[in-house]
Design a binder for this molecule. Sequence first.
Ligand code: AMP
Length: 195
Amino acid sequence: MAKELNLVHIAAGDLFRQAIEQGAELGMQAKSYMEKGLLVPDEITIGMVLERVSAPDCESGVVLDGFPRNLKQAEALDKALGEQDKAIDKVIYIKVAEEELLKRLSGRWICRNCQAPYHITDNPPKVQGKCDRCGGELYQRPDDIPEAIKQRLQVYFTETAPLIDYYTREGKLAEVDGEGAVGNVSERLTTALRR
Ligand code: AMP
């Protein structure tokens, strides 16, 4: 989606996972929260994302993925963007039934190198255990186990879901049906963003 719209894709979870892979201090701070399915504290997360967003390659726009995840992060983002005369254009709320989410997360494998996601039955790689894009090794995220998934959903409902109202009030929310094939959902997303 970001590629099609010529924007930089920034996923907070990817930034954390890269930091863990590199053995960086940031990764060590985030790891235990991530494995339990909890949010990494705002003091760590907000600074990390805002720093990435203000890099020169983000000048003409970004797709933020997995950030903000609570009201404090949303307010910090609005404030930081406002100070640079920038603003969020659109927020996409991808709606998927809980049962389907469980199926997707528990069957997900991602590339250790480029973070590309696969699914054991719905989107398998051409060669088992290898990334189609870069040939990297595929692995199952430690937070894609049933216990952590349950915790993550709970965190979503208590901390992240209130952002639906927050961005509706700002007139920025677009709801997209996330059920169905990858290609169909991608098309719906791009249409919603272009609108
Ligand atoms: P994700 O890859 O988006 O599923 O994120 C994986 C994990 O990284 C989450 O369960 C959190 O532990 C952490 N994380 C990612 N984004 C955020 C965020 N915006 N705020 C706090 N923690 C986050």
